[in-house]
Design a protein around this ligand. Structure first.
Ligand SMILES: Nc1ncnc2c1ncn2[C@@H]1O[C@H](COP(=O)(O)OP(=O)(O)OP(=O)(O)O)[C@@H](O)[C@H]1O
Ligand SMILES: [Mg+2]
Length: 293
């Protein structure tokens, strides 16, 4: 299949012109953003969105101006986790104003554009087969529009919550000219390590993206009766050894964190001194240190 760049005649839609205009708008928007950080894993369900939402809160509480892009177009969860699902987006001739969390974090997500809970994202095409073929291209286009049309204003950090899949970082790296850093999320299972390794190879060896480090999520849980740390998974390999990257923190499973994500309340506001709370704050601090050096 030819890419849009190779189309000799695009039936008058000037697709290259449209894409170039969008890309220029995105570059202009990001001029006022100091650091962009992608949160990726490759593996699904390991806590990328939970960590993005809580890192955004930690950085906001540390006094930074923070924005979050929910780059999961088909399965967006950031708006719910950050308590802004009911927000109405304001449109102006200059762009869209992002939703703002109770603590002041700016958020843009496909979820804010869907009218009903159960509404799926469907790509328009003559047949569903064509829609599948174009999905990746459409996703990149939607993200380019999302990031470029949002009035972020001055931000210290723009966090990008990626969907699962090793091909997601290349899509974002193509869009964002100076991606500042990547935080990799895993859980301590061999199955997760297997997939995460592929994403790291993609990020480090193929894209040459700056990797800040690895977060081991759901590393253990703390027994509420005896306070002992119990493992949830059974990987024999440590992330240090499996990935040869800095481990930023080990975040335990905390049912209160899951509850806060479900109810859209900021976990770190209520539980900053828990094991998970301290670990998330440690990751936020290390991200800030990464950009200072
Ligand atoms: N450390 C934790 N303690 C308790 N619950 C957690 C923790 N990390 C994540 N969760 C919960 O686990 C579930 C899966 O997390 P999340 O949706 O963030 O994963 P994900 O990697 O973004 O998934 P996807 O690949 O579908 O985007 C969510 O309900 C989330 O609230
Ligand atoms: Mg997610």
């Amino acid at each position: 299949m030819k890419s849009y760049k190779e189309l000799p005649d695009d039936a008058g839609s000037n697709i290259i012109g449209q894409v170039t205009a969008q890309a220029n708008r995105l570059t202009e928007r990001l001029a006022s953003v100091r650091h962009t950080v992608a949160i990726m894993s490759g593996k699904g369900g390991v806590g990328k969105s939970a960590i993005t939402a809580n890192l955004a809160t930690a950085l906001t509480l540390a006094g930074c101006a923070v924005g979050v892009v929910d780059a999961d177009i088909n399965g967006p969860t950031i708006a719910k986790m950050m308590g802004v699902r009911d927000a109405t987006l304001e449109y102006a001739s200059t762009g869209v104003k992002p939703a703002i969390s109770s603590l002041g974090t700016k958020i843009i997500s496909m979820d804010l554009l869907l009218s009903e809970d159960a509404a799926p994202v469907l790509w328009n095409a003559h047949t569903q087969k064509d829609a599948f073929t174009w999905r990746s291209t459409m996703e990149v286009g939607a993200l380019r529009e999302f990031i470029g049309d949002t009035e972020w204003d001055e931000l210290d950090y723009l966090l990008i919550d990626l969907p699962p899949g090793a091909d997601r970082l290349p899509n974002v790296a193509e869009l964002i000219p100076n991606l500042g850093g990547v935080v990799v999320v895993t859980i301590p299972s061999e199955v997760s390590h297997l997939i995460v390794k592929k994403s790291i190879t993609m990020a480090r060896d193929i894209l040459d993206a700056p990797i800040i480090g690895v977060v081991e999520n759901m590393a253990f849980y703390v027994c509420k009766h005896c306070g002992e740390h119990e493992p949830l998974f059974s990987a024999e390999d440590t992330p240090d050894n499996a990935f040869q990257l800095t481990t930023l923190a080990k975040i335990p499973f905390d049912p209160k964190l899951s509850h806060c994500n479900d109810s859209g309340t900021p976990y770190l506001n209520e539980y900053p001194d828990t094991r998970a709370g301290k670990a998330i704050i440690e990751v936020a601090q290390k991200i800030q240190d990464f950009f200072k050096t």
